[in-house]
Write a protein that binds this ligand. Structure first.
Ligand code: 5CA
Ligand code: ZN
Length: 419
């Protein structure tokens, strides 16, 4: 698929320090990239009810990492998927009487417009599940051949053998569970809540996850070769897209914290079986959940604030971005009108400070923002650095003619805030 257009990134003098992030798997700060290239896979949207503020916060979080890496001199290879065929999308299409393809296309277009408005750098490869079906079919056959996947409900039709759905034996991976560190009971409960089917008869283990779902009446299906017609399960989609576009190891596997289990646990286990390399990700990095009206903002609850609606109301997307950046990426937080009002006021103050000729020297602003981002993407601290300069500029001013330009370029290149 075509990704959205890239914002232009202003040049900054010098380069930033190595970037540390919190690795969910080790629960520790790590510096995931050592070589010149940084490889990042971030799970993309399932295209309906996009783009709510939770989605936006997650993609802005990884955009900060992308920007900090580029500033540190890395060549960033960034890949994102679109889950354009899956149960919840098909259910929504059915419930609203819309063709699932039209729903996915319309919502993906809305998402790319929102990402453009928010100044998010696009992935180099933006890949949909439907585009990846041949890769899924090959991977599922490989897992069957290795005997870490198996059929459920195979049968015969008019005397012909018909293969059933295909499941992955999650416990074939000895490190299964090491990302989430949940015990079996907790895994079962979360699996059932997040798209899993622990009670399906015929599975070897209740946690085993679907790789290939055989054709059902009224559902879209594709030629699966020896698997028969059907469609991919969820986790294998991200496994094959990441392996195809980033190779057997990535530096960061990212997404919101609701993906830690089962999605990332299962994708990483599948990747390990396909490549023989474990783990496939140097670091797993997760953004916190954005809530609204006291509960996680989610399509299933319907408590959504959409970026496109805010834009239609005339809210400056840079104020939305600043409202997100006022929170540390891995914290859970609540979207509030007060938070947006504070961000709008901050944007106006920064713009007023920049509209003057000259100002207090700004080298420390660049150094301070770089240091804050390198320290586990501490965006609130980075905003405070710019606030301090803006306050000094508005209170007493200064005579460095280059200062306003340097502050504007720092905010643009590192924070993605165009002033
Ligand atoms: N297509 C899958 C990933 S392969 C999916 O989870 N799609 S999604 O549309 O439900 O979510 C897209 C991204 O936004 C995921 O990274 C998810 O973790 C994140 N996300 C969803 N809800 C929230 C929220 N309330 N706060 C923060 N991030 C969220
Ligand atoms: Zn994913």
């Amino acid at each position: 698929m075509d990704p959205w257009p890239s914002p232009s990134l202003p040049n900054l003098p010098g380069s930033g320090p190595a970037v540390r992030v919190t690795d969910t798997t080790s629960r520790a700060p790590v510096t995931p990239v050592n070589g010149p290239t940084a490889r990042m896979y971030v799970c993309g949207i399932t295209p309906y009810d996009a783009t709510h503020l939770g989605h936006a916060a997650t993609y802005v979080a990884f955009d900060l990492l992308n920007r900090a890496w580029r500033d540190a001199g890395h060549d960033v290879r960034y890949v994102q998927n679109v889950t354009d065929v899956d149960d919840p999308l098909l259910e929504r299409a059915r419930a609203t009487g819309v063709d699932w393809r039209d729903l996915a296309a319309e919502q993906t277009a809305l998402f790319t417009e929102d990402m453009t408005a928010l100044g998010v750098i696009p992935p180099a490869a933006y890949v949909s599940a439907v585009e990846s079906i041949p890769l899924v079919v090959d991977a599922v056959q490989e897992l069957l051949a290795r005997d870490v996947a198996y059929h459920v409900d195979s049968g015969t039709d008019s005397g012909r053998d018909v293969p059933g759905d295909v499941y992955f034996s999650v416990h074939s991976d000895p490190s299964f569970g090491s990302i989430s560190r949940l015990d079996e009971q907790e895994m079962l409960a979360v699996f059932a809540r997040r798209g899993g089917d622990p009670d399906r008869p015929g599975k070897r283990h209740p946690l085993d996850c679907l790789l290939w779902r055989r054709e059902r009446p009224g559902e879209p299906s594709w030629d699966g070769g020896p698997l028969g017609r059907g469609r991919p399960g969820w986790h294998i989609e991200c496994t094959v897209i990441a392996l195809e576009h980033l190779g057997p190891t990535l530096d960061v596997l990212g997404g919101g914290s609701d993906l830690v289990f089962p999605h990332h646990e299962m994708s990483v286990a599948e990747a390990g079986q396909l490549t023989g390399k474990q783990p496939c990700a140097g670091a797993t990095v997760h953004s916190g959940m954005v809530a609204y009206d006291g509960a996680k903002m989610s399509k299933s609850l319907g408590n959504l604030v959409l970026v496109s609606r805010l834009r239609a109301e005339g809210v400056d997307p840079m104020a939305v971005r600043l409202a997100i950046l006022a929170h540390r990426y891995r914290d859970d937080w609540e979207w509030t009108p007060q938070g947006l009002a504070a961000a709008t006021a901050r944007l106006a103050r920064w713009r007023a400070a920049l509209s003057r000729d000259g100002g207090p020297a700004a080298d420390a602003v660049l150094a301070g923002v770089r240091a804050a981002l390198a320290d586990d993407l501490d965006a609130p601290r980075a905003l405070a650095v710019v606030d301090a300069w803006a306050d000094a500029q508005l209170a007493v001013g200064g005579t460095d003619p280059a200062a306003p330009g340097l502050v504007a370029r720092t905010a643009d290149a590192l924070l993605g805030v165009r002033l």
